[in-house]
Design a protein around this ligand. Sequence first.
Ligand SMILES: [Cu+2]
Length: 178
Amino acid sequence: MAGTKTRARAATIPWAQERIAWRSSQKIGKRCGPDAVMFPGRNVVITMIANAPHHPDMSFETGGLTNPTVCVTQGAHVTLEFSNMDYGPGMAHGLVITSAKPPYPLRISRHLPAVLARINALAPRSNARLNAARYAEATVHFVAGRAGTYYYICPIPGHALAFHMYGRFIVRPLRSRS
Ligand SMILES: [Cu+2]
């Protein structure tokens, strides 16, 4: 994870509105199948949201899908923008990309195998009303150097175990023809 930089900021209201509008668009990523989003190219920006409006509780969203399989190409320079749109006490969420397979224990280990990215926890949004709230966001940069199947998981205790708050993250080999 060398070179990973994490930066958190409280998002502005226009920013949040833009993200809400974005949730159903397909401008970022390309759907490949009913439950997968492909981010082709060498430089990709992936926006992941915890609990986007109108999606199930305790889930991740990207490309308008809930907990989709996310695909990138080996060698891709990935900018991962993650924000938490959930609301309520204890509704913090994080995002870790690891090669550890489900099922996950109650407490996610700090020492996971092959971690590509880690955002430990973002606070819930500041207000019950979506348009009046501020949102926590973090951005992580990493290189998807090794092809294989990874998983993005929420490291908050119980979220991956009890609520299946995770999805697959596939780094496709450079020479793959599929
Ligand atoms: Cu969570």
